[in-house]
Design a protein around this ligand. Structure first.
Ligand code: ZN
Length: 345
């Protein structure tokens, strides 16, 4: 009986304004199952990749190549494969693009089992490409994909500025596939899902979409995929007003804050939550009851300082006025009632 062969790989696709990536396991080139499924707002995967400590990950990857090239005794034992597999899957957890590491590992493991010559320099090359990808994305985000030039689209910017660059896209491994529009249950990865949509009756009555599914092989391809997607959908990048880092918006969006989780935040608040709280506070500060209160406050305060009102009377007034003002903001009394009270005191 021959051994069952498993391969794992990543796929990325888009349904409406969401980017979806999945980790797929294939058994004997036949049955495919989704082992994990994640959804992000469009542009978010690139936004998060810009922050990755790619240099450190590159040196971790170099260590793997070094070991297999110089230290490993052949044949490599199953225990060693398992150990390095675990080491690499920890790297892959940091960002979905790093799943290419696990994908490559799964491939060379297969090759080694089948006595095919393995190029163990592969992790060096991969590390280099992760660095290139980050630099390329940073440059694109600050040039063609920058939301500052709001008058033109991302594509027009690209056509203006890309003349001196190599404006070609690599040939991507993309296939039209039918995918579910949304997962039926909260997908935790605990239960593998069949992903051959057409062959699974369970999906038949479910809402589906035809989309181009991307099977990345290298970090460079990932860069090309996202650049073409962003140009097509007019996705641009802005600097977040809270953390000062780039985030993605579509078209002429007025959003000012990103969706990153604020560091040291115990409640997992995002910059967007903070932005909403700031907006709430600034609208509260502009509440007409505050303005009305401040106007009378200033008048009475100068009256007190000119000794035309006692300090006690002023303190008494301001305490009561603040209470009435807060009642008004909380809509316990109307603005008219508050103003009436102010003018009668
Ligand atoms: Zn932010």
């Amino acid at each position: 009986m021959s051994k069952v062969m498993y391969t794992s790989y990543m796929r990325i696709y888009r349904v409406e304004k969401r980017e979806i990536w999945e980790w797929i396991e294939e058994q004997d080139h036949q049955h495919r199952r989704v082992l994990s499924h994640h959804e992000h707002a469009i542009g978010e995967l690139v936004m998060l990749y810009l922050d990755q400590p790619v240099d450190r990950i590159a040196s971790d990857l170099a260590e793997v190549s070094d070991y297999f090239l110089h230290e490993a005794k052949h044949p490599i034992s199953e225990a060693e494969w398992a150990m390095w597999g675990k080491y690499l899957s920890e790297i892959s957890c940091k960002h979905p693009f790093f799943l290419l590491v696990e994908q490559l590992f799964s491939k060379i493991y297969q090759q080694y089992q089948q006595d095919i010559d393995v190029d163990f320099n592969c992790f060096y090359h991969l590390a280099e490409q992760f660095n290139t990808l980050q630099n390329t994305l940073k440059e694109q985000v600050s040039r063609y994909l920058n939301a500052k030039s709001i008058k033109t689209t991302a594509l027009e910017n690209f056509m203006d500025q890309a003349l001196q660059d190599d404006g070609c896209f690599s040939s991507l491994t993309m296939k039209p596939e039918i995918v579910p529009r949304e997962y039926l249950c909260d997908f935790s990865g605990a239960l593998p899902m069949p992903c051959d949509f057409l062959q699974n009756p369970m999906w038949k009555d479910h809402d589906y979409a035809l989309t181009r599914v991307f099977y990345p092989q290298t970090p460079i391809e990932i860069g090309d995929y996202f650049l073409s997607l962003f140009l097509q959908e007019d996705v641009r990048f802005k600097i977040c007003k809270n953390c000062g880092r780039y985030f993605a918006v579509m078209g002429k969006s007025k959003r000012e804050y990103c969706t990153r989780i604020v560091e040291n935040s115990r409640t997992l608040r995002t910059c967007m939550n903070i932005g909403a709280a700031r907006l709430y506070n600034s609208t509260r500060a502009q509440h007409p009851a505050r303005k009305a209160y401040m106007k009378v406050y200033k008048t009475l305060n100068s009256r007190m300082r000119a000794n035309r009102m006692t300090k006690e009377a002023f303190t008494l007034w301001s305490a009561e006025a603040r209470k009435k003002r807060d009642d008004c903001i909380a809509e316990r009394i109307t603005l008219e009632q508050f103003q009436e009270w102010l003018s009668s005191h």
